[in-house]
Design a protein around this ligand. Structure first.
Ligand SMILES: [Zn+2]
Ligand SMILES: [Zn+2]
Length: 382
């Protein structure tokens, strides 16, 4: 190899090496869920730990993890009362959010200052976010910590209400202390999902008491040690419908309950948000079918979101056979098969089929239903 060839070879090797590092280490994967109702659909995680409490991660890493995973906003919520690394760091309660925010600002990730008020049950663990001084929340009595958070205009929510370590006789329970906080307008949200645990009771309470429903990771470890991204595992997230990703807009959305749980391919929350998410995800290539005899026809259904919508037939017209179950796979087009039941049918009919979407819950025990409408023209087989 002459000198010039050698040089080119080295440049090529360097290029391959550098581009591999680039591809492997610093790429963002967008979360594909459509915007709705004139709002941006923000992907958020409002419960995250760092070394400033019992987490195993430096705060800047949290901002970049969120960026890579396609999130828009996070809140760092280190425990005030449980700080096992305090001998190894210079513990100050505001620092984790501040350090994460400095990197978040670089990456356009909104980092909201928070704290986890970590007490025995009741009230258990409460997150106060949008605070301005975490130091002042370190009080002897939990009531004083909550009062200070209120003074700082925090949004306060109840963390992991079904956490096993804090259950009485193994039962998830709302205490008079919680009801009192709700009635005084202090407790505004509840984690329906924390980490990999879903609490149907919390979903029920959110509906009953008009609480903002939330789903957060409560991550302590480095995110890619905890989830297997190669297997498409993801952290639990709260979808927030906000004008933009500023703190003010996110806070407005949380106060007005414009949220949906996004957890393991499940969407849970109010139908007024779930329905437009589904409608904006799905499109059809045609809605008129013409049959001869028992010929099978197809409607191509495109899903622009990453969610695999799992449908189950509830009722349909007597004239045609439709899939009993079908999955509108994320980012795919699927064939929806329609076949007349009888070969000698004739005439036109508006076909209506009702499906329930088993991974879209509007109540703990109720799935969202959709109506599927198309027109059919039947010609008898010759
Ligand atoms: Zn906790
Ligand atoms: Zn926590």
């Amino acid at each position: 190899m002459n000198e010039k060839k050698m040089k080119n070879f080295i440049v090529l090797i360097l290029f391959v090496f550098v581009s591999n590092i680039y591809l492997q280490t610093r790429a963002r994967t967008e979360i594909q869920i459509p915007d709705i109702l004139g709002y941006k659909t923000l992907k958020c995680d409002f419960h995250i730990h760092t070394v400033f409490s019992d987490g195993n991660v430096w705060p800047t890493v949290r901002a970049e993890e969120a960026w890579r995973e396609g999130l828009d906003a996070i809140s760092i919520t280190d425990h005030l009362e449980y700080t096992p690394h305090k001998e190894d760091i210079n513990l100050r309660y505001n620092r984790s959010s501040e350090i994460a925010k400095s990197h978040g600002d670089e990456l356009d990730i909104t980092v909201i200052k928070g704290s986890e008020i970590t007490r025995s049950m009741p009230p258990g663990h409460l997150n106060a976010i949008f605070i301005n001084d975490a130091d002042k929340l370190k009080t002897d009595k939990w009531q004083d910590a909550v009062a200070e958070a209120v003074k700082q205009n925090a949004f306060i929510f109840w963390n992991h209400p079904g956490w096993k370590a804090q259950l009485k006789e193994g039962k998830i329970k709302m205490y008079p202390e919680h009801i009192d906080l709700i009635e005084r307008g202090i407790l505004k949200g509840i984690e329906v999902v924390n980490d990999v645990d879903y609490y149907p009771e919390a979903f029920e309470w959110a509906l009953k008491y008009d609480l903002t429903i939330m789903s957060n990771s409560d991550i302590h470890d480095p995110i890619n040690l905890y989830f297997n991204f190669a297997e498409h595992e993801q952290r639990s997230k709260t979808l927030v419908f906000a004008k933009d990703k500023s703190e003010e807009a996110i806070k407005d959305a949380l106060i007005n309950q414009r949220t949906v749980v996004y957890w393991k391919n499940n969407l849970m929350g109010s139908e007024k948000y779930l329905r437009p998410i589904f409608d904006n995800s799905i499109s059809f290539d045609k809605q008129e079918l013409s049959f001869t005899g028992r010929q099978t026809k197809f409607i191509q259904i495109k899903n622009n979101s990453e969610v695999d919508y799992k449908l189950k037939l509830v009722s349909s017209s007597q004239s045609v056979d439709l899939p009993e179950e079908i999955t509108f796979k994320g980012n795919k087009i699927v064939l929806f098969e329609v076949r007349p039941k009888k070969k000698d049918q004739s005439g036109k009919e508006k076909i209506k089929a009702v499906y329930e979407i088993i991974n879209m819950k509007i109540k703990p025990d109720e799935n969202m239903k959709i109506e599927f409408l198309f027109s059919a023209e039947f010609n008898p087989a010759k």
